[in-house]
Write a protein that binds this ligand. Structure first.
Ligand SMILES: [Zn+2]
Length: 279
């Protein structure tokens, strides 16, 4: 049976997909044997249809989509939960510096010349800080009992220098032992977290404006991801420090702020990707 090229071209898709009957297939094969043009069309058709004849390709795409969505949801929830846990733990373990009082502690000189400090406050921690010629000492407590709580501490005479002060980060230090050469001193809380907070707020404003201006194109989306970093830092700061920006020790709260901020960032990115992908 002789077929024209036109009829063969109409039948080719059915033959390639395996849907043509025995008679049609034989007739097309016979025609292809003598027609280079139609053979080329057939080759082309086979190449084009190969990816589509995998029957579960769309199903796999749906599966992949579900797995991705689930991963992003887990990321969003896990990030928020971790951030809350870090903030709560940071607050419970934050040292609360006790103000000086006559009954809080006593200082005695030992025969060796070292100083014995006895704290009359159960479950308190003692921090000793030597700076130059003088030494300061502070007592703190927190909600969860400190691991290194001590009732007594010996300060070697060579570490004390000319004077030992009590510093409670709220004004003038109290002279506990020795003599004050400079006529009194003050230990002020550190403001470094305040500067970081202001810096983060400035970055959040600038990057937020940039993201709003560029929102129509890809750079805008990237800008949103960058903008989230200072925003997460600010939220984490309030989570760890409350409304306060002053601290006696900057390293400890900064560490907690950074891990809480990183958790929040994970949550925010997962959530945004979830929402953007839906559109
Ligand atoms: Zn032909």
């Amino acid at each position: 049976m002789k077929l024209s090229c036109g009829i063969v071209r109409d039948l080719l898709p059915l033959v390639v997909d395996g849907l043509a009957g025995e008679e049609s297939r034989a007739a097309v094969a016979e025609h292809l044997a003598g027609c280079k043009e139609c053979s080329r069309v057939r080759q082309q058709l086979e190449q084009d249809t190969v990816p589509n004849i995998t029957p579960d390709a769309p199903l796999q795409m749906v599966k992949r989509e579900i797995v991705t969505r689930r991963r992003r949801m887990v990321g969003a929830v896990l990030g928020v939960v971790l951030a809350v846990v870090f903030c709560v733990f940071a607050r419970l373990s934050a040292p609360v510096w006790l103000p000086y009082s006559e009954t809080l502690l006593t200082v005695d000189m030992l025969d060796s010349g070292d100083l014995l400090v006895t704290v009359n406050q159960p479950h308190a921690g003692i921090t000793v800080d030597s700076a130059g010629e003088e030494t300061t000492l502070s007592v703190w407590k927190n909600a969860i009992s400190p691991q290194n709580s001590r009732e007594t501490i010996v300060i070697p005479s060579d570490q004390v220098g000319s004077a030992l002060y009590y510093a409670d980060f709220a004004g003038d230090d109290t002279l506990l032992w020795g003599s004050s050469a400079a006529g009194g001193r003050q230990t002020l809380p550190r403001l470094v977290l305040n500067y970081y907070l202001v810096l983060a707020a400035g970055m959040a404003v600038v990057l937020g404006i940039a993201a709003a201006v560029l929102r129509k194109n890809k750079a805008g989306k990237l800008m949103v991801y960058i903008w989230l970093a200072p925003v997460c830092y600010i939220i984490a700061h309030f989570g760890v420090m409350g409304l306060s920006t002053v601290t006696a020790d900057a390293v400890r709260p900064l560490g907690w702020i950074l891990v809480a901020a990183a958790s929040l960032y994970l949550a925010a990115v997962s959530f945004i990707r979830l929402v953007w992908h839906k559109q």
